[in-house]
Write a protein that binds this ligand. Structure first.
Ligand code: AMP
Length: 502
């Protein structure tokens, strides 16, 4: 079924229900929003866009994102959301690769962009004129038809276009209710993280629930703005990468805030260290849920629920806190060896996923699709292990595992230990080539402001907690870690830094 039906249903039942806010200002109720999408669909058709074609969205977070998503689906088109912070040349490559026929931009992202297809700015009269078209009925779409072409962040090469159909996104949306959080109509999904990624995907379950959608006036993560919005417009729910959660918790600590009006912060997309989530829970209370997903199974591989996080008395509390929870309801999880054979509980291997959220393949890349989808299973490239209760603990991306003297070392385990030192704000561990050992462990450490990090003290900490062979041989202090636009640490950059002399 077409995802546009989800919006049309709520609009028909309850047209007056508040739907989209820009900051504190209510822009559209559900009836207005659906009406705009039907006319926008008509306008896109009038431009000559045919069912199955694609439009690229190169926009900072803005309410227009929401009408463009649903307007495109209404017309039977697929969207290609592109991170607004990418360089114009990176954007042009993605637009060209996707074959998008039209590129929606804002004043910032359109500047100097040569996308190889017409650009239309959302503050342009031409954009507003689209809404003068006759409303279009919803174009019938099958679950397998492309809805969202999701370009991976490309930390290891050219981004790949993950093909997500209406079925994948609908299943992802339903899993939110089953495994992440129930949504009430008065809740507001808040788009602080980029809408081109997980935050935007979560618009789907919030439309199913007929909830509100709030785009902060800043369009991004401004901790003071978010806490104030929560107080005045809550209950707010948002998706945030662990680095953003850290920023919010720092702000709350500095200003004595307890998170009033914040319903749920769903965190994921990168490792959340145990010390950080403990601090977050202490400061803001039981407002957190973790998800583990990847573009190839969007937001939906496993979840560590509010209940799991709150269960302080559980005998395996520490392991659970460091895990990414249990499989989402709609997917099967397996840990496998290199040949894809299942491994028993407690043995690390590659995480494989099967289910209705898993992508159809990579856009125009049969080779990468065949390497990633095997025998019906998605090979995530993540290393993890399941415990007897079904909790998944991620070690690392398989390419980040360090092999030193023939033993596997998972950087995450070393990072968790180093973060116990109160002088350490952030840390990232890589393997560096070494003649004797093959690889040795190198730790890049960001000290807390006004704190002095002492490698000897860090070494003593490691010796007290992990095997000697896992200890970093070298420490490098940095003012900050290199990260991509979604807040993920770029280990490739760290390796380059090390190779260039540290
Ligand atoms: P992306 O496709 O850009 O969303 O990146 C997905 C990758 O981010 C996954 O394959 C994991 O390596 C990592 N990731 C996602 N969620 C988590 C999580 N909760 N904990 C640790 N790593 C995660």
């Amino acid at each position: 079924m077409n995802l546009a039906l989800l919006l049309a249903r709520v609009a028909a039942q309850d047209p007056e229900r508040p739907a989209v806010l820009h900051g504190e200002r209510l822009l559209w109720r559900y009836g207005q929003w659906a009406g705009r999408c039907a006319r926008l669909a008509g306008g896109l058709r009038r431009l000559g866009l045919a069912t199955g074609e694609r439009i690229a969205l190169v926009l900072h977070n803005h309410p227009a994102y929401l009408e463009l998503m649903w307007g495109a689906w209404w017309a039977g088109l697929a969207i290609v959301p592109i991170n607004a912070k990418l360089h114009a040349r990176e954007v042009a490559w993605i637009v060209g690769h996707s074959g998008a026929r039209l590129c929606l931009v804002d004043a910032d992202t359109g500047a100097g962009l040569d996308a190889g297809c017409p650009l239309l700015a959302i503050d342009d009269a031409g954009y507003h004129a689209l809404f003068e078209a006759e409303p279009l009925p919803i174009t019938a779409r099958d679950g397998a038809d492309l809805a969202w072409l999701f370009y991976t962040s490309g930390t290891t090469g050219r981004p790949k276009g993950v093909m997500l159909g209406h079925r994948q996104l609908l299943t992802m949306g339903l899993c939110y209710f089953a495994d992440v959080d129930p949504i009430a109509p008065e809740d507001a999904s808040t788009y602080a993280a980029p809408m081109s990624h997980g935050a935007g995907l979560y618009a789907v379950p919030h439309v199913i629930a007929g909830a509100r959608h709030l785009v902060p006036a800043s369009g991004g993560v401004d901790a003071a703005e978010l806490f104030e919005l929560a107080r005045r417009c809550g209950p707010l729910s948002l998706f945030a990468a662990p680095t953003i959660v850290k920023r919010l918790v720092d702000h709350a600590q500095a200003h004595g805030l307890d998170g009033e009006g914040l319903k749920t912060i769903v965190y994921g997309g990168a490792p959340m260290y145990a010390a950080d989530i403990e601090r977050a829970l202490q400061q803001l209370g039981p407002r957190f849920v973790q998800i583990y997903g990847q573009g190839e199974s969007p937001m939906t591989i496993s979840a560590l629920s509010r209940r799991h996080l709150a269960d302080a008395a559980h005998p395996r509390r520490a392991q659970r806190l460091a895990s990414v929870g249990v499989a989402h309801s709609a997917v099967e999880l397996r840990i496998a060896d290199e040949a894809g054979r299942p491994l028993p509980a407690g043995t690390p291997g590659e995480v494989l996923v099967r289910g209705d959220t898993v992508m159809a393949g990579y856009w125009q890349d049969a080779e990468a699709s065949a390497a990633t989808l095997q025998d019906g299973w998605l090979r995530t490239g993540d290393v993890g292990e399941l415990d007897a209760d079904g909790f998944l603990t991620l070690r690392d991306r398989s390419k980040d595992v360090i092999i030193s003297g023939g033993s596997n070392i998972y950087p995450r385990e070393v990072e968790e230990v180093l973060l116990r030192d109160p002088a350490v704000a952030e840390v990232s561990v890589i393997g560096a080539p070494d003649e004797q050992w093959g690889e040795v462990v190198v730790a890049f450490v960001v000290p807390r402001p006004d704190a002095a990090c002492d490698p000897a003290a860090l070494d003593a900490l490691c010796r007290s907690r992990i095997a000697r062979f896992k200890r970093p041989r070298h420490y490098r202090l940095l003012p900050q870690l290199p990260k991509n636009h979604y807040g993920k640490v770029l280990k490739t950059e760290l390796r380059r830094l090390w190779a260039g002399g540290g």
